[in-house]
Design a binder for this molecule. Sequence first.
Ligand SMILES: C[C@@](CO)(OP(=O)(O)O)[C@H](O)COP(=O)(O)OP(=O)(O)OC[C@H]1O[C@@H](n2ccc(N)nc2=O)[C@H](O)[C@@H]1O
Ligand SMILES: Nc1ncnc2c1ncn2[C@@H]1O[C@H](COP(=O)(O)OP(=O)(O)O)[C@@H](O)[C@H]1O
Length: 304
Amino acid sequence: MTAPAGVTVRVPAKVNVQLAVGAARPDGFHDLANVFLAVSLYDEVTATPADELTITCEGPDADKVPLDRTNLAARAAELLAARHGISPAVHLHIAKDIPVAGGMAGGSADGAGALLACDALWGLDTSRDVLLEICAELGSDVPFSLVGGAALGIGRGEQLTGLPVGGAFHWVFAVADGGLSTPAVYGEFDRLTEGVDVPEPTASPVLLEALRAGDTTALAGALANDLQAAALSLRPSLAATLTAGTEAGALAALVSGSGPTTAFLVKDAEAAESVAAALTASGTCRTARAATSPAPGATVLPSA
Ligand SMILES: C[C@@](CO)(OP(=O)(O)O)[C@H](O)COP(=O)(O)OP(=O)(O)OC[C@H]1O[C@@H](n2ccc(N)nc2=O)[C@H](O)[C@@H]1O
Ligand SMILES: Nc1ncnc2c1ncn2[C@@H]1O[C@H](COP(=O)(O)OP(=O)(O)O)[C@@H](O)[C@H]1O
């Protein structure tokens, strides 16, 4: 008898080209206008039949990934199985290339990837709407990991509207040593805005038009992250990384989401190569990676 085939799903990382953050809500979350852009750094999640739910992970950051039921991939398998009244008997293997706790939604990517991989492996054919519901239950960023491309997320970031993108954008991501906790960064945002009348978050029309037109220069002028001050307050060394990338010729620099990864928008692939080399040489980050956007959402790969 041949071994049962596995299903592999590839899922992109994200950068928030605009992250407008409102005041804390009674449930502890913050209302957002979160403009997500998927970028070409990917995790791959492979689901194979097993007697019980198990997880393995490979990659440079694998030792930082929990392998118990708190892993978002495990939680995705459990939620999907529960919806269908079946047992989550599956082995999930994560090939991790997205920095862990880096503000690039790597855990969310694995959650969305596991969901799609298990759905295919178990032959469930779950509707897109139900998959998106499960994603929102897993975390605010998980629905976007499923859909990819570009989207505006409102509410806590889970209510998505797809956005048109008129061309490719080139990026460099400087990966920092160690992560930053997302709740800690939102907590620092609350501390820094105490006594301030935080406005309702709204998407910038200039930024949306820059995306639609595929206009890199206009996008560079419109990038904005309301969590940046909080991330810098918790990790002041990020300022030196932002400066190093800008001095190396990046058109714009910002913290990716809750950080500590920093994102640099550059003119083209050639500029990406030289900015990545300069950032690596600067000693202000662990490593620098070039990537392009938009990237597709979670995708089942053809079986080998
Ligand atoms: C900041 C962002 C930007 O896209 O991502 P990262 O940069 O960390 O990847 C997101 O808002 C993170 O989304 P995600 O990581 O899915 O967060 P969740 O699991 O839903 O929530 C984790 C915690 O973050 C805080 N949180 C999250 C989303 C939100 N709209 N308001 C919040 O205050 C809450 O403290 C919450 O308990
Ligand atoms: N599959 C996973 N990959 C990475 N981290 C995970 C995963 N599942 C749960 N986590 C937990 O989520 C935290 C945030 O990870 P991650 O999603 O990579 O960062 P961020 O929220 O900054 O984008 C990690 O520190 C880890 O404890």
